[in-house]
Ligand binder design. Structure first.
Ligand SMILES: [Zn+2]
Length: 235
């Protein structure tokens, strides 16, 4: 099991770790700051340095409890010590987009009762899918304004890990009871003040102000009761 060190502090950019497995261009470390592609957030990219030689990390994925880094070339061996550096500009943008998804989901849920059914973040744009029958242009403007109002309120974003019994006491998390594998003991949750509480294994900014603002660029119908909203981050 790779220790997912990015969960402790999503603002760490550089680390040292030991190689526990290496096969071709795939490398597994004992711990990593590289976020693996999951939950609509792309995997990090960046660099490994071993004995003064640089390797590009081009993809990161989860595999059976391990986090596998895909490199641009072979050469790293089991037992090597790696200095890892994530591409911070790219990751920070994902942290802003990901946290913005939480705020926008909260607003849409407050306004319509709809639940989020999926999301995808990229460097250029983000999208969220909602279980919603109808929406119109006016509503889009309301969603955008209310989301930006919350962003500019400067609300602290807090992540913590709770024993599952405690997490199930939180109304918005009770639905997890039926979907979580029984062997899960603890649940990582993210709180945006009292507004939004969700189970989430992603990387978030510390305060909503860091998102700076969003612009809703497009809304689409994706079949019955499925509406998709695209947004971009202000600069
Ligand atoms: Zn999240």
């Amino acid at each position: 099991m790779t220790e997912p060190a990015y969960l402790e502090d999503s603002y760490q950019k550089e680390f040292e770790a030991d190689v526990v497995d290496a096969a071709g261009t795939d490398v597994v470390l004992d711990r990593t700051l590289f976020y693996p592609s999951s939950g609509g957030q792309p995997g990090d990219t960046g660099l490994f340095v071993v004995n003064g030689i640089e390797y590009k990390v081009v993809g990161v994925r989860k595999k059976n409890g391990d986090i596998v880094h895909e490199l641009d070339r072979e050469g790293i061996k089991k037992g090597d010590t790696v200095t890892g550096m994530i591409d911070w500009t790219r990751r920070y943008r994902f942290m802003r987009g990901h946290t913005a998804c939480h705020v926008l989901s909260y607003v849409v849920h407050q306004e319509t009762g709809a639940l989020i059914t999926g999301n995808q973040i990229s460097e250029e744009k983000c999208r969220i899918d909602f279980d919603l029958e109808n929406f119109d242009r006016e509503q889009m403007k309301t969603f955008e304004k209310k989301t930006n109002d919350l962003i500019h309120e400067g609300i602290d974003v807090i992540t913590k890990t709770l024993p599952k019994e405690e997490a199930f006491q939180i109304p918005s998390l009770i639905k997890l009871k039926n979907v979580l594998p029984p062997n899960v003991e603890n649940i990582r949750i993210v709180e945006i003040d009292d507004y939004e509480i969700q189970a989430c294994g992603g990387t978030h900014v510390r305060n909503t102000e860091e998102i700076k603002g969003i612009e809703i660029t497009k809304a689409e119908n994706k079949g019955k009761n499925n509406r998709r909203i695209y947004f971009s981050l202000k600069d």
